[in-house]
Every structure is written in C-alpha cells, then in structure tokens.
Design a binder for this molecule. Structure first.
Ligand SMILES: *Cc1c(COP(=O)(O)O)cnc(C)c1O
Length: 222
C-alpha cells in the first residue's frame, strides 16, 4: 500500500527491492517510472532518488513537463507508453527516447518517413493487444508476426521488443506468457509488461521493462 506519508524515494526503493527479488538473479530488468498526471516537482523527487527511466502516455502533457527536466538532468530516458496519433509523430520523436506503442502499419510508416527525412528513430516496442479487446490499442496476436516483419525487416526500424497491457479482469500471467511466446518466435528480447499490481509476476514471466506508476507516486487523481 502506498500511503500519503511514504515518500517517492521510499516507494521507489521498495519497488526496486521487489524487482531485484522477482528477477532472482536475472540481469537487465529495468524500471520505467510512470509519471503521467504528476507534476514536474514530484518527478524531480524521483530523479533526485536516481531514477533515470520515465514513462508518459500523452505527447502534449510530456511536452509541457519534460523538455526542462531533460535539459536539467542529462541521461534521462523517456518512454511513450500511450497511443500515438500520426499527426503527433514529429513531436514524439523529438522528445521520446523509446516509443512502446507501435500498433499499426500507418504509424510504422509515419515513423519510417521521419527516419528517411533524417530524424533518428527512437527505440521501438510493438504493442500487442493480447486480450483482443476492442477498445484497446495494439496489434492482435494473429497479426503480430506479420507486423513485426513489416516494421523491423521491411521498414528497417529499430524494434527492441513487445509491450502489452492485459485485460483488467483476466489472469495477467496468461497474457505475459503469450507476449513472451510471440517475442521468442520472432527473435525479440525486450518485453515491456507488468504495472503496479503485477510487475513481480511479469518479471517471473521474463519482463525486461516494468511500467510502474501508482506504487511509486500514489494513486492518480485524474
Ligand atoms: C498508467 C500506465 C501504467 C502504470 O500503471 P500503474 O498501475 O499506476 O502502475 C503502465 N502502463 C501503461 C501503458 C499505463 O498507461
């Protein structure tokens, strides 16, 4: 439980301890500290506690908060974890180091056009809609292999791995296992899966990135 009294630094160190223990000796599990809806002052507390990787879900909100924080703290890596509209691609690649939500050919082609115009492409993760939920973004599992081939092999974009957000009412582990299978058969190493409620499970299923927000900053009011 996160209480008002516990500080961001304390929460961070607790989350990191749990990550280490769930990783059970496996190296390379990284914490993406999800700072969406939280103001720059609170983010600065996490940076002061040595956190370097952050996640945001909206381009516009990030443009308001992050340019100053990034300028003041070199070495920060910012991940986009929310849907990206093609008309925001230019803004996104100017600010984000990693885009975890590549989910459709139109978006992949827009990223390739920017790369062709000389703008380096951030590292990419392909979002898979493992629960095949209509309201959720992501490529469905049946189309994932073809989509990976398109983005990585045909367009030549830097695909590092896969990302998923399991349905809230289902056993997350089933979705983590499915994501891992799709990654393995496509030779991809990165697995972005697990949030505050289930990051330890995700790590046991092979997560290399966990995206944790409320366990660090407390509940979001927005
Ligand atoms: C908000 C969000 C998270 C973090 O969720 P918590 O439950 O607060 O840890 C992780 N991933 C995505 C894609 C999100 O939008």
């Amino acid at each position: 439980m996160v209480t008002e009294a516990s500080s961001i630094a304390e929460n961070l160190s607790l989350v990191k301890e749990k990550i280490t223990s769930a990783a059970d000796g496996r190296k390379g599990v990284e914490l993406v500290c999800v700072s969406k809806t939280h103001p720059a002052e609170r983010i600065a507390e996490a940076i002061a506690a040595s956190q370097k990787i952050f996640g945001e879900n909206r381009v516009q909100e990030s443009e308001a908060k992050w340019p100053d924080l990034k300028a003041a703290h070199p070495g920060i890596r910012l991940h986009l974890i929310g849907s990206l509209q093609t008309n925001k691609v230019k803004n996104a690649i100017a600010l984000f180091d990693v885009i975890e939500t590549v989910d459709r050919p139109k978006l992949a082609r827009a990223l390739a056009r920017e790369r062709d115009a000389g703008h380096p492409c951030p590292d990419l993760y392909i979002q898979v809609n493992t629960g095949e939920e209509e309201q959720k973004a992501g490529i469905v599992p049946l189309d994932a292999d073809d989509f990976i081939v398109l983005v990585r092999d045909e367009l030549g974009l830097p695909v590092k791995g896969l990302m998923c957000i399991p349905p809230v009412d289902e056993e997350a582990a089933l979705h983590f296992g499915l994501l891992k299978q799709i990654a393995e058969r496509n030779g991809l190493e990165g697995l972005s899966m697990g949030m505050s409620a289930d990051y330890e499970t995700a790590i046991r299923f092979g997560a290399t990135l966990v995206r944790v927000g409320s366990a660090i900053f407390g509940a979001r009011s927005l």
